[in-house]
Design a protein around this ligand. Structure first.
Ligand code: PA5
Length: 445
């Protein structure tokens, strides 16, 4: 059984009851994904990937990292959508928010920082990143499965030109790793012509399901993050599905969501109380939004960081249009800081004679305890205000638990898409803007 728990104690009891009617279909859908016979099965290579290929690939990437002679302290990931969101989801958890300043003060965390390009078309964003790279030793990891996406294509040209001007053509070659389709696409051709180090994006894994392939493993391993543990955690989740039943958390999550959609809910808010989880929520949004938002179906995935957003969006969630459910990500063991994982922070005791700030009742208590109490109070308030609240409970944000969570969300998304009757693995809607963009900029046909 998986270590993840899905709790419905703050959910609407009527929805909980109606979720049961989808359990049979959900188990069937899961089995169809597992044996690659579902709709869109040609894109289900991510299912069971760690055991099949991921663990061996990770060892290969690790060996490459250990033999890498290029001096680098900053990894520039050039990619958009599934080609960067998973990497950012993971690295933001493990890189200290002030890593650069700390390194300057001799308190390095041992991990190379990761910055991002190619996920927008902002001149300011690109120019400021180049300014920053001037102070750093960059290693560029360009990721594009198709190899033809405009945003990373433009950004890669910019950063490649920058590297060639700064380091010369020869050294630039050793500072670039390309991750793309094994055979096709402009990036593959360019990488072959320039003799870049390359890794393949598997043909049967779509962008938003690719975090545990070379797409995520290469930049994360080059940064020093423990990807073997991530894969072990994900592998554990896939193994737990071998004799799946309706009580499995994957089935529970998918059926609760389906019951909510069938009852007229249109938004799912992922709520978390650890700011470092923000990028993980962005990854989750892409996974569910791009997989399910088709043919008028799907819950719109949104996210909130509490308690921060209780002072902005909290009013709407409590009292606005009743079209949403809320899913709380609860992390049992906090990770206050990556630089000292066991260090805890309690509310300091006031000294004798200090003016009264009315916080005496909190003295000596862990900030995490206050954070958790705020979450429990929020779940109660939102449930009472008419927002059904689910909870996804995980033990910690360690790489192994995180790997399990990533796989959990992927599988639940596949099942949930099947219940909605959509193909979760395509994205026809994304083409509409691209067609207009190419037309407007006069791309040759
Ligand atoms: O999930 C997907 O397939 C997309 O979001 C892609 O990841 C995104 O469009 C980037 O595509 P590519 O990797 O081909 O540049």
């Amino acid at each position: 059984m998986s270590g993840i728990e899905v709790s419905s104690r703050f959910f609407d009891p009527i929805l909980s009851k109606s979720a049961a009617q989808y359990e049979f279909e959900a188990v069937k859908a899961l089995k169809a994904i597992a044996n690659h016979s579902c709709v869109g099965s040609e894109w289900t290579g991510w299912y069971g990937w760690p055991e099949r290929e991921g663990i061996a690939l990770q060892a290969e990437i690790k060996a490459f990292q250990e033999s890498c002679k290029v001096p680098y302290d900053t990894i520039v990931v050039v990619g958009i959508g599934g080609s960067y969101l998973g990497t950012k989801a993971i690295s933001d958890l493990y890189l200290h928010s002030f890593a650069i300043a700390l390194r300057g003060a001799g308190k390095a965390t041992g991990l190379a920082e990761i910055v991002y390009l190619g996920q927008h078309l902002s001149e300011a964003g690109m120019l400021e990143t180049l300014d920053y790279l001037d102070q750093r030793q960059p290693l560029v990891v360009v990721v594009s499965k198709s190899g033809t996406t405009t945003e990373p294509g433009v950004a890669f040209r910019v950063v490649k030109t920058y590297l060639e001007e700064r380091f010369g053509k020869d050294e630039t070659r050793s500072r670039i790793i390309a991750i793309t389709d094994e055979k096709t696409g402009a990036l593959r051709q360019l990488a072959t012509a320039e003799k870049y180090k390359t890794f393949d994006v598997p043909g049967d894994v779509g962008g938003r399901f690719s975090v545990l392939t070379a797409v995520g493993l290469v930049p994360l391993t080059m940064s020093g993050i423990d990807c073997a543990a991530l894969l072990r955690g994900a592998d554990g989740l896939f193994r737990s599905l071998k004799d799946v039943s309706a009580t499995h958390p994957v089935i529970q999550y998918a059926t609760f969501r389906m019951a909510a959609f069938a009852a007229g809910k249109r938004i799912e808010i992922l709520a978390f109380n650890e700011p470092k989880v923000a990028a993980l929520a962005e990854w989750w949004k892409q996974l569910y939004g791009e997989s399910e938002g088709k043919g008028g179906a799907g819950l719109f995935p949104a996210s909130v960081c509490y308690t921060t957003d209780l002072h902005s969006l909290g009013q709407y969630v409590q009292d606005g249009a009743r079209t949403m459910i809320e899913t709380f990500l609860t992390i049992k063991t906090p990770m206050p800081t990556v630089s000292a994982p066991t260090r805890r922070l309690t509310v300091p005791r006031s000294a004798k004679g200090d003016p009264d700030d009315q916080l005496g009742y909190l003295e000596g208590r862990a900030v995490h305890e206050i954070n958790e109490a705020a979450m429990t109070g929020t779940k109660m308030a939102h449930r009472d205000g008419g927002v059904p609240c689910l909870e996804i409970v995980i033990e910690s944000l360690s790489p192994a638990h995180l790997g399990e969570l990533l796989a959990f969300f992927e599988v639940a998304c596949g099942v949930s898409g099947a219940l909605l009757g959509v193909n979760p693995y395509d994205q026809p809607g994304v083409e509409a803007y691209k067609t207009n963009l190419f037309e407007l900029l006069g791309k040759p046909r």
